[in-house]
Structure formats: C-alpha cells, structure tokens
Design a binder for this molecule. Structure first.
Ligand code: NAD
Length: 478
C-alpha cells in the first residue's frame, strides 16, 4: 500500500492540518492500495492564500509567455516519465482496462497539454483593433486564481484540460481531485514538484465534497472550473452566482447515437464498443441512447445486444478484457439499481442484468446491459446511469429521431450513422449538443468540448479552452 502523509500546498509538500485520511480501494480486488490526507478547510485556505500571493505579488502572470510555456513543457516531460505509474494507478482506481488507461487516461492528457502549448503560441493574447471611433488594444488577461475541481472517471484528462490552459494564461491553480482517484492525483503532485514551478503557482488537494465546497466558497478564488454531476454543478453555480465568480461547468450527458436506415451496420457494431462502452460506460460523452428506425428495430436491437454480450468482463489488467469494474461499490449499486428500474418500468432486458457476473465474485462488476422497447420518457432513457447500460429507442423518421435526441435535459455529445454525407450533416446541424460525430465520435483536443442545457456552461479544449481562463480588456486613447 502507498501511504501519502502530506499535501502539495503552494508547490511544496506540507503536513496536513488534521489527521483525516482517505483510502483508495482497488476496484477489481476491493483491496486498499493507497491512503492520503483529506484536505480540511484550513488546508484549502493555505492553498488559496499561496495561489493568491503568487498571482498578486510575483511575476508569474506578467513574465513572457515563453517562461510559462517552458514550465508546462517541464510538466509534460515529468508526466511522460511517470506514464506507466499513472496508467496503472488509474486502472486500479477507476477500473478501466489497461489499454484504455494507456491511451485515454495518460496519452490523452499528454496530447491535451501539448495541444494547449501549440495553441498558446498563436493565441491572440494582445491585438490591435481599428475600433468604431478610436483604435484600441484588445488584451486577454489571466482570470486570476482558479479552482479546478474534477471527478474520478478520466481524472488526468480533466485536470490537464483545466490546469494547463490556466497556467499558460498566467493564472495560479488549486486542483481538488476526487477521493476515488487520490493515487493518480498524488503522482501528479510528484510530477509538479519535479517540474519545479515557482512557489504558490499550483496546489493539489485530495479530499471529498467538503473540501470542494470550501474551495468554491473561498473569496480568494476568481474562477471555478468544475467537471462532475449536474447536481453538484448546480450547487457550485449557485455559490458562484452569489459571489459573482466566474464558473465553467462540464456536467453529465445522456447522448444519443442515431442509426439512419442507410447506415453501415458493421461499422456501427465496431464503433459501439468505443462510443458507448468506453471507460466501462463511465464516460460523460458515452452514447447511451441508441435511436433505431422502427423498420429495422429488431435487427438493430440484435446488433447492439450482440456487441454488449461479446464484451469480456473481468480483471482490467488482463489482455482481452473489454469491461472492468465500476469505480466503487456505491457506483456499482447505483448502476445495478438502474437496471432493476428499467425492468420495473417495463423495458425489455435483452442482455446483461443486475446480478453479478458469475465468474467475478470479487470486484465491483456490472454486466454490459441492453434494454429494448424503451420509450424516451422512461427514467433509464432520461437519467445518466454512468455504467455499461444502453437503451434502444425506436423512431419513425429522421425528424422523429432528431426530436427524440433533443428531448433530453442534457446536450453533451452524440453521433449519427449513415452512408449519406448530406443526411449526416443535416442531422448533425439540428442535434443540440456541444460535440457531435459522424459514423463514430472521436474527441479532438482542438475541437471544443462542452454541453448545451444541463450538460454545462462553457467549453474546454482548443481556443475556447484558453478563452475560459482570460478576461477581456479593451484599452483605447493611446
Ligand atoms: P460529483 O459531482 O459527485 O463530484 C465531482 C467532484 O466534485 C469531486 O471532486 C467531488 O469531491 C466534488 N464535489 C462534490 N460535491 C461538491 C460540492 N458541493 N462543492 C464542490 N465540490 C464538490 O461527480 P461524480 O459523480 O464523482 O462524477 C461523475 C459525473 O461527472 C457524471 O455526471 C459525469 O457525466 C460527469 N463528467 C462530466 C464530464 C464533462 O466533461 N462534461 C467529464 C467527466 C465526467
């Protein structure tokens, strides 16, 4: 077991103010693998005070951009050097397969960090504009001290997406990691020490909701960048509204994948494993509502059920495993509860179910599950389940499919399967989500990511992701 005794406060290891500790439990063995201090309100205050001082009283934000790029490049190098350790930790904590951990949990953050460095070099930090009456300078200045609060599902992706653009913009940052993913957060803290950032610029706090709430409420924070559930997002937005603090919210989803009647079903089958079951279904962008033409309903239900039934469930470190365990007993119970609910609501269970897989007596496993005869008003079609559970909903025609896709509280992602580029674009333009894919969905670090409606406020990645960490200032009269 790895035991951490200290927190990274203001860029240096420091004793926590209390003896409170949180255990990280490995998802497939249920064994405690790490223990780390739970940050208290006092630790939150120390981290924010250090960040405030570094922002207000040092040249971190005013020095040439190249200096901050150099600092981020040191983070990238130190992170790359710990790739294996990070991937292994995340598979243990989150339960994702080691293949996904390498690519999606460690490769992706490296790519995100480099992408922001590349964008920062050409970003219009300061521009001359002619103005209507007088020429003016348009400046993009750092928003200040940032609180980055993230969940456990793709922890390093979500941290990199906030930390790196904030640092490049000249902000200082306090990261609050999720308790379930404390081990990779501790490794990140070691990475940041190795990158030798100036004092105060970054803190990494491990702790639960109370630490997150204390950070949001702290008057020294200028902006909260949050990823997590819609319920927590609403509470954070309310506090930020009260204090008139800037806030970015990346929340849940219930994305639809629309199969048109001319779709290549072999390609759809092959893609489903990634678009819908990525990270064991513990993905905000997972496409968990499959919309199928009524005329081909049976065939598409069979196709989806065939893919789900063929996914091997088991030890996420074993080659060939497609679905590992859920992150925690609580999450497993929640997902199984939704499976029971689907049956009670009258949906037809085609494959899977709420019982444990026969060959997995230990670990928080859930069978990949598919429901047919689902209507879009059922709770299993409306609420985010965050596990390997799909619903297949019939539609009458293309307009009906778009109507059902949009009939959701959420608006995060989606996709359409068709062999007609014209139909693909016609559908893509009308689905109200922040990201959309044609014949699959591949996240791109230069394409904005974020949600309409209850899926959030703001966008991450690309130029939009840098915009989140700047204030605009106009200067004229020179
Ligand atoms: P959660 O909202 O319970 O927790 C997320 C983080 O917020 C954790 O660090 C938690 O400790 C902290 N927190 C909890 N209550 C808080 C409060 N009152 N104030 C401040 N911080 C608080 O989310 P979860 O269930 O752990 O994560 C899964 C959710 O995250 C899903 O809804 C998923 O869709 C969403 N998610 C969204 C995206 C996206 O980019 N849109 C990406 C990944 C996950």
């Amino acid at each position: 077991m790895r035991a951490y005794e200290q927190l990274l406060i203001g860029g240096a290891w420091a004793d926590p103010s209390t003896t409170g500790a949180i255990d990280v439990v490995e998802a497939h063995t249920e064994q405690v693998i790490a223990r780390f201090p739970a940050a208290s309100d006092v630790d939150v205050d120390r981290a924010v005070t250090a960040a405030r001082r570094a922002f207000d009283e040092t040249d971190w934000s005013t020095q040439p951009l190249e200096e901050r790029i150099a600092a981020v490049e040191r983070i990238i190098a130190a992170f790359a050097a710990r790739s294996d350790d990070l991937a292994q930790a995340i598979t243990s904590e989150v339960g994702c397969t080691s293949g996904f951990a390498r690519v999606g949990q460690v490769g992706a953050p490296l790519d995100i960090m480099q992408s922001f460095v590349d964008l920062a070099r050409t970003f219009p930090w300061e521009e001359q504009r002619p103005g209507r009456y007088l020429p003016f300078i348009l400046r993009r200045e750092p928003v200040g001290v940032v609180a980055a609060i993230v969940p456990w599902n793709v922890p390093q992706v979500l941290i990199a997406t906030k930390l790196v653009p904030a640092l490049l913009a000249g902000c200082t940052v306090v990261v609050k990691a999720a308790p379930e993913a404390g081990l990779d957060a501790a490794i990140l803290a070691e990475v940041l020490v190795a990158a030798d950032l100036p004092p105060g610029v970054v803190s990494v706090l491990t702790g639960g909701p109370a630490a997150g709430a204390a950070l949001v409420a702290h008057p020294g924070i200028d902006k909260v960048a949050f990823t997590g559930s819609a319920a927590t997002g609403r509470a954070i937005a309310a506090e930020c509204g009260r204090q008139l603090k800037r806030v970015g919210l990346e929340l849940g989803g219930k994305s639809a994948t629309i199969v048109l009647d001319d779709a290549d079903l072999d390609a759809f089958r092959a893609g489903l494993r990634y678009t819908s079951f990525m990270n064991n279904g513990q993905a905000c962008a997972a496409q968990t509502r499959v919309l199928a033409p009524a005329s081909q309903y049976g065939e598409i239900v069979d196709a989806v059920a065939g893919v789900a039934a063929g996914l091997k469930v088991g030890d996420p470190f074993t080659k060939g495993t497609a679905i590992g365990p859920m992150v925690s007993a609580r999450q497993r119970d929640r997902v199984r509860g939704y499976i029971d609910l689907g049956v009670q609501e009258g949906a037809r269970l085609v494959t899977g179910g709420s019982s444990a897989p026969d060959d997995q007596p230990v670990g928080w496993f859930v069978r990949p599950t598919v429901f047919a005869d689902v209507t879009n008003d059922m709770r299993i079609a409306r609420e985010e389940i965050f596990g390997p559970v799909l619903v297949v909903i019939p539609y009458d025609d293309q307009d009906d499919a778009i109507r059902i896709a949009n009939d959701s509280e959420y608006g995060l992602a989606g996709s359409v399967w068709t062999t007609s580029p014209d139909r693909a674009l016609a559908v893509a333009r009308r689905v109200r989500t922040g990201a959309f894919g044609i014949n699959g969905y591949a996240p791109d670090t230069e394409m904005p990511f974020g949600g309409y409606k209850a899926s959030g406020i703001g966008r991450e990645w690309g130029e939009a992701g840098l915009d989140e960490y700047v204030e605009l200032k106009g200067i004229n009269g020179i």
